[in-house]
Design a protein around this ligand. Structure first.
Ligand code: ATP
Ligand code: MG
Length: 283
């Protein structure tokens, strides 16, 4: 049995739950229970605040967890980052009032910077040799300059809309973050095995994202030409049709390339092209 800590509610909750469900794991959501057990995979889901996940994993209260890289850095706990998950993307930036001039980090010397990420900010300021005052506040960081609590802020930015609304401009992008899978450093052999099974499933889910399964009929004489323009896991599958001189070809194509390839396939002579969703890609 392995125990995974995920965010109980908030921006990472939904994607974390969806990832585990896509990996074929069923369990109850956080509205019903704070500790849920799956009955089809040896895993327990512990729902926590994201701030508490790095410590819970470091202490072994949970064996593994899903949390933002920003929280991993901030909490500076001894844990392993095992896998990047590609959701919850954001950056943590320094922002100052729009009207103020800015010509480099030195401009921050002697300023008061409000943040919920004092550890990451201190590390950045020390690296840049800038002496500024760090004001730790738990929330509503972006209004601190307007109400005279600070001269600048260091906070999460995704689209930048919140900054604009609050009359601020982003001047230093300090760190990029996304959700990551973290693990306790002393996992038992049993837990390591379960973690590997979970990673195998997650990677299969990720690999199939944006991929389509494409089937088409084409004259046998065109097979070589069609193969030359198609990507394939190994080589495409070709099946004979009852109609003489024709065959069916199956191939996996990235959605981004799909329409371009379909145009080319039709020009070569492919017919009856079917595009299907691909759920899992297990190699
Ligand atoms: P909790 O109640 O669990 O402490 P929270 O309020 O601290 O939640 P959320 O706002 O739910 O946190 O954000 C969780 C994580 O989502 C952040 O730490 C960050 O990694 C990521 N994230 C991605 N985009 C954004 C964004 N635009 N604003 C805030 N967090 C974001
Ligand atoms: Mg939090």
């Amino acid at each position: 049995m392995i125990r995974i800590a995920i965010q109980a509610k908030g921006r990472l909750n939904e994607d974390s739950v969806e990832l585990l469900r896509e990996a074929g794991i069923t369990f109850e959501d956080s509205k019903r229970k704070l500790l849920a057990k799956s009955d089809d995979f040896p895993i327990e889901i512990l729902y926590l605040r994201d701030d508490d996940i790095p410590q819970a994993v470091a202490m072994g209260v949970a064996d593994i967890g899903i949390v933002g890289l920003n929280e991993v850095e901030e909490k500076a706990q001894e844990i392993d980052v095992v896998h990047k998950l590609g959701f919850g993307k954001c950056r943590i930036s320094i922002a100052i009032p729009k009207a103020e001039e800015y010509n480099g980090v030195e401009a921050l010397a002697g300023k008061r910077i409000a943040t919920s990420y004092p550890v990451i900010l201190k590390k950045f300021l020390d690296e840049k040799n800038v002496d500024a005052e760090i004001h730790e506040i738990a929330g509503s960081v972006e209004i601190a300059p307007a109400v005279g609590m600070a001269d600048a802020i260091f906070d999460i930015v995704s689209s930048g809309g919140t900054l604009i609304t609050n009359g601020l401009k982003e001047v230093e992008k300090v760190m990029y973050s996304e959700a990551v899978l973290v693990a306790n450093k002393g996992l038992s052999e049993e837990c390591k095995n379960i973690l590997n099974q979970l990673l195998f499933r997650i990677e299969s889910v990720e690999r199939s994202r944006g991929m389509k399964y494409v089937l088409m009929n084409l004259p046998e004489s065109k097979v070589e030409e069609v193969i030359s323009i198609l990507p394939a896991l190994k080589s495409p599958t070709i099946l004979p049709l009852t109609q003489k001189g024709w065959c069916a070809l199956h191939v996996v194509i990235n959605e981004k390339e799909l329409w371009g390839k379909i145009e080319q396939l039709k020009t070569i002579g492919a017919e009856d092209i079917l595009v299907l969703a691909l759920e899992k890609m297990i190699l």
